[in-house]
Design a protein around this ligand. Structure first.
Ligand code: MRU
Length: 362
């Protein structure tokens, strides 16, 4: 997608060094800073500290991380250690493990000397496929938005989204935001309510940045405003991403998603989840019991960072360090609250049967 009129992906290989380059998302929206990930430690740090984040992107970054690690130590021991280090960075998004397993499958059987190049090729393939997949999610989702817009002539379609499921969370296009970009480009009038998404503010910092760069009308709201907007008829649909989806259609996404799904159900507002099929964990059926929820530092709740009038980026405390803070990073929305899953293979019901039929097609 475009930043200042120039096309970027969220991760790419430097033409000279061949090393992965990223946009440091901890510096957005006030600074557009690029970073090179020269060692596997840099990749692991970038994922854990959320310089790169979003389910598909952390998978892509981990795949590149494995290639970087194998260029230093391509032995079986080196491979196992790098997989362990990268897998431990974040526990919830299944794409991380999916991407690591995919690279391991192709490099483990071949001679050590060929492994780094093969891993790199696989990481590039994962990135390219992600772009295609997200573009397809965008097409299917845009068709839905077009239908819904046609039922509401003379005014923009009002969409509420949570966290950042845009191009910054994938390699390009995004999941939940891809349909919005495609619909906007097709001339469908839209307005997006952007949940700020405390504590890390991915909505306010990243989704708003993306939508602004693409010229999509949007308004940032406090996370607590969603129910009020729905009650007043100011939301036509909710569209979010997923970090892990069970084989039965339960969806695990950024903390706060579940509350939006409950409010949407209460007001009969469609609640759609956009996801690549790589986000489905086919081995589990009960999201509440089987998906590990990442617990991040309470400091992310206790503090907030922003720009001072003088232009400095500063982090300030919101409450006393003597009050403990808890920070569960994700929650599970049961399939019964989900109207439909927007995948690269079309929109389906959040049921075991519907998901299984897509898997079979694959
Ligand atoms: O903690 P984050 O910022 O990595 O969480 C991201 C989300 O929850 C997104 O909504 C999710 O990854 C789906 S998007 C592609």
């Amino acid at each position: 997608m475009l930043v200042g009129g120039r096309h970027y992906r969220s991760i790419w290989l430097d033409e000279v060094s061949g090393l992965p380059r990223i946009i440091d998302q901890t510096r957005l929206p006030f600074e557009f800073a690029l970073r090179t990930l020269a060692r596997v430690d840099d990749v692991a740090e970038a994922i854990a500290s959320m310089r790169v984040r979003g389910a598909p992107l952390i998978g892509a970054a981990a795949a590149h991380g494995l290639a970087v690690a194998l260029s230093v130590d391509p032995s079986d021991t080196g491979l196992a250690a790098a997989v362990r280090q990268l897998a431990e960075t974040r526990p919830t998004a299944i794409n991380l493990r999916w991407a690591l397993e995919r690279v391991v499958r192709v490099v483990a059987p071949i001679p050590a000397r060929d492994r780094a190049a093969r891993a790199r090729a696989e990481a590039i393939a994962i990135c390219d496929e992600d772009v295609e997949t997200c573009a397809a999610i965008g097409e299917h989702g845009a068709a839905l938005l077009e239908r819904m817009s046609a039922e509401r002539p003379g005014r923009p379609l009002q969409v509420l989204t949570h966290c950042n499921a845009g191009w910054l969370a994938t390699v390009d296009w995004g999941t939940a935001l891809a349909p919005l970009y495609k619909a906007h480009d097709a001339g469908i009038p839209l307005h997006v309510w952007v949940d700020e998404t405390r504590p890390r503010n991915q909505g306010a910092a990243l989704t708003a940045f993306e939508l602004r760069e693409h010229g999509v009308a949007h308004t940032v709201v406090a996370d607590n405003a969603g129910g009020h907007l729905m009650q007043r008829g100011q939301v036509d649909l909710v569209l979010v991403g997923s970090d892990r989806t069970t084989a039965t259609g339960d969806v695990c996404n950024k903390i706060g998603t579940y509350l939006k799904a409950l409010a949407a159900k209460a007001h009969a507002i469609p609640f759609y989840v956009a996801l690549p099929l790589s986000t489905v964990d086919w081995s589990i059926a009960d999201g509440l019991r089987e998906i590990p929820i990442e617990e991040r530092s309470g400091d992310e709740v206790r503090t907030i960072s922003g720009r001072t009038p003088g232009g400095r980026i500063e982090r300030v405390e919101l409450f006393s360090a003597q009050s403990p803070a808890a920070n569960p990073a994700f929650d599970v929305t049961p399939a019964a609250l989900v109207t439909g899953l927007v995948t690269e293979r079309g929109i389906v019901a959040a049921t075991r049967e519907a998901l299984a039929s897509l898997r079979k097609e694959r």
